[in-house]
Design a protein around this ligand. Structure first.
Ligand code: ATP
Ligand code: MG
Length: 380
């Protein structure tokens, strides 16, 4: 791959000339008879933030530990900055690894922790002091040099761990569930801070996470893994709105599955999906190149791309009839659990706007109308 799409600040940049900083080429790893990483290939580009996302046990940490050099692959190669490092021991790899548990030295001060890498490399005390000052200023911890880890909050300990990795002079940052020990509010703040710092330093980063929102919020690209294999690689928008498999569609957020039969209105050049007793919905485009009338075509649609109305009027007869089973209030939105005629369950997100009382109450007949372009044929 010679071109990558980056979504930094929503921009799309073509990088035809750049070379990847990290190349994983057909990595596989077995523990005993069990193959936990299967033929994983990935290029990470300079300055890029890539997340490995997937359910527990899918091989994310194992992949990251192979990059760090703690585990040797059974097959495949790892190339860093154009050099094959597959056989290079971990301490001679130019990557900084940050664990969930921070792994700070408890008996050392902040200064000792952050200066550990440069000291081990035999730098002079002046250089070590400069690096410690630089790294602590990046994570906004000036003045904390003499504290020990047990005298710091969770967020501060995490900043020290990041400063230690940065002072170590790594050319890449590897983060394993680095935010999962923090409470929700602090987690969000640290995610923003780390992303801002990563962009400022332009340091390529691989984050392992099982948290979809974290991956969506932080990454230029996301690698979705399942059972040791790569399911899809794409920008947050690509993996969310154009998933390549049912697994990705489902893993990236709630996804409603609707079954129906295709019908074409040749005069209007439109395709419709007849969904039995609940009604008909319009498809914006031909569902796939070989689509034909009468074909069974399962589709998916996200709950936030559905609207509830009181009746089919004003919608040219397009919409699915059902009944609200329950409504769950979640602050910024509510979730309506609807059962369509024909007993098909659907979730619909209702944005909570000020001044609007509960418009839709339980047991009411409603019509579910998808937003234009929201209905997508299910991938294989
Ligand atoms: N040293 C090991 N020996 C044997 N099996 C291992 C070893 N390390 C990991 N595994 C197994 O390999 C599989 C993948 O583990 P891995 O830690 O990579 O998962 P993960 O995707 O990081 O999951 P989680 O989100 O739970 O951290 C799991 O089934 C795990 O039990
Ligand atoms: Mg893990």
């Amino acid at each position: 791959m010679s071109v990558v799409e980056m979504n930094v600040s929503g921009q799309t940049k073509a990088r035809a000339d750049a070379k990847p900083i990290l190349e994983l080429q057909g990595l596989s790893k077995s523990f005993g008879a069990i193959n936990v990483v299967k033929d994983v290939s990935l290029d990470v580009w300079p300055g890029e933030f890539v997340s490995l996302l997937g359910p527990s046990g899918c091989g994310k940490t194992t992949t990251l530990r192979m990059i760090a050099g703690f585990i040797a692959p059974n097959e495949g190669r790892i190339v860093l900055g154009g050099k094959d490092i597959t056989e290079v021991p971990s301490y001679r790899r130019d990557v900084g690894l940050l664990f969930q548990s921070y792994a700070l030295f408890p008996h050392m001060t902040v200064r000792g922790n952050v200066g550990f890498g440069p000291k081990m490399r035999g730098e002079t005390s002046g250089v070590i002091a400069d690096k410690v000052r630089w790294a602590l200023s990046l994570v906004k911890l000036e003045g904390y040099e003499d504290r020990r880890p047990n005298e710091l909050s969770g967020g501060q300990q995490q900043r020290v761990a990041i400063a230690r990795v940065l002072a170590g002079g790594a050319s890449m940052l590897l983060l394993d569930e680095a935010f999962s020990n923090l409470d929700a509010k602090l987690r969000g703040r640290m995610q923003e801070e780390v992303r801002e710092l990563q962009l400022r330093l332009g340091i390529a980063t691989v984050l392992v996470t099982h948290d979809q929102e974290e991956a969506l919020a932080m990454s230029d690209r996301i690698v979705i893994m399942n059972g040791g294999k790569v399911e899809q690689i794409g920008t947050p928008k690509q993996v969310y709105s154009a998933p390549s498999s049912m697994f990705v569609a489902d893993f990236m957020g709630r996804c409603n599955r609707i079954e129906g039969t295709l019908r074409q209105d040749r005069r209007a050049k439109a395709w419709y999906l007849d969904c039995g007793p609940s009604g008909t919905i319009k498809l914006e485009t031909i569902p796939h190149p070989d689509a034909r009338e009468g074909e069974e075509c399962p589709v998916f649609v996200r709950p936030e791309h559905l609207r509830l109305t009181q009746s089919l009027e004003n919608h040219e007869g397009e919409g699915l009839k059902g009944r609200i089973e329950r409504v769950v209030y979640l602050g910024s939105r509510s979730v309506a659990y609807v059962t369509l005629e024909g007993n098909i369950p659907l979730q619909v997100h209702l944005p909570n706007k000020p001044g609007i009382s509960d418009e839709f109450s339980i047991d009411r007949p409603v019509v579910v109308v998808p937003l234009p372009g929201a209905v997508t044929p299910l991938p294989e």
